[in-house]
Design a protein around this ligand. Structure first.
Ligand SMILES: Nc1ncnc2c1ncn2[C@@H]1O[C@H](COP(=O)(O)OP(=O)(O)OP(=O)(O)O)[C@@H](O)[C@H]1O
Length: 245
């Protein structure tokens, strides 16, 4: 029988693979220049190899929390440690290197309309000056994982919304990030496509990626049996360990 670590407040149950924290927030507060306090004293830990959903009403602070983890925003107060990096003291020159550990998926996939599917997925690698054969190998591997290898030459606007979201996911994982963050990735999709997209996140988690997905869709995420992090008006409400899927 496997012994679980005690479930400490603000600490999500680990996946059983490792106890190394991948994402840690300690009493994090984010107040925007407008005066809006989007997060208030949020403490949270997600272990390496774990997967959780972030849920809560519109305006609860889900996107803000993801943006802080990706260092797209800075906290007003509190401490964030992501994959061993203390974000407060991370030098500006180290930020691009830090961001390579993270894959980001949005509701709106922001694909470049004048580039092929292949080129869209290749973009993060081209920016990092990968060599062409390595780019081709990785892009095809990522497209294969999302079931779109046969569409590599297509223009994004010839694809369905579900396919476009898959291209967005392939682009987010092409550099093999340790952490995958997704902000309402199924917001525009019908229930069946939404299930397929969530299953993809589960598959990336199964091969070791730490995954945190913000979603309103409780019906969809409760079926997956992963822990839920609930935000209410910027405060962590409670975490629920999901039942086994
Ligand atoms: N750049 C910003 N400047 C000022 N206020 C902001 C900014 N971004 C978010 N907010 C405010 O912070 C609060 C939390 O917003 P956030 O986008 O994090 O919530 P959310 O849970 O992701 O909402 P939704 O589900 O609607 O996307 C909201 O009141 C929002 O209006």
């Amino acid at each position: 029988m496997r012994h679980r670590a005690p479930h400490r407040p603000g600490c999500l149950p680990d996946s059983g693979r490792t106890q190394r924290p991948m994402i840690q927030l300690r009493k994090v507060t984010k107040r925007y220049p407008s005066g809006q306090e989007a997060l208030s004293g949020v403490s949270l830990r997600l272990d390496a190899g774990a997967m959780a959903f972030l849920t809560g009403h519109s305006g609860a602070g889900k996107s803000t929390l993801l943006r802080l983890i990706a260092l797209l925003e800075r906290p007003t107060r509190g401490r964030l440690v992501v994959n061993g990096h203390e974000l407060e003291t991370l030098p500006r020159r180290r930020v691009p290197h830090f961001r390579r550990q993270i894959g980001l998926v949005f509701q709106d996939h922001h694909l470049l309309a004048d580039r092929s599917v292949f080129d869209n997925v290749a973009l993060p690698l081209a920016i990092q000056a990968y060599r062409q054969p390595e780019i081709a190998r990785r892009v095809r591997a990522a497209l294969d994982k999302v079931g779109l290898l046969h569409k590599e030459r297509a223009a994004p606007d010839t694809l369905s919304s579900g396919e476009q979201q898959r291209v967005g996911i392939a682009r987010a994982v092409v550099h093999k990030p340790a952490i995958l963050l997704a902000d309402e990735p199924t917001g525009n999709l019908d229930p069946e496509l939404s299930r397929e997209i969530m299953d993809l996140f589960v598959q990336f988690n199964q091969v070791g990626t730490t995954v945190l997905v913000a979603s309103h869709d409780l019906d969809l995420i409760s079926r997956l049996g992963k822990p839920l992090v609930r935000l209410h008006e910027g405060r962590l409400q409670r975490e629920t360990a999901g039942s086994a899927a």
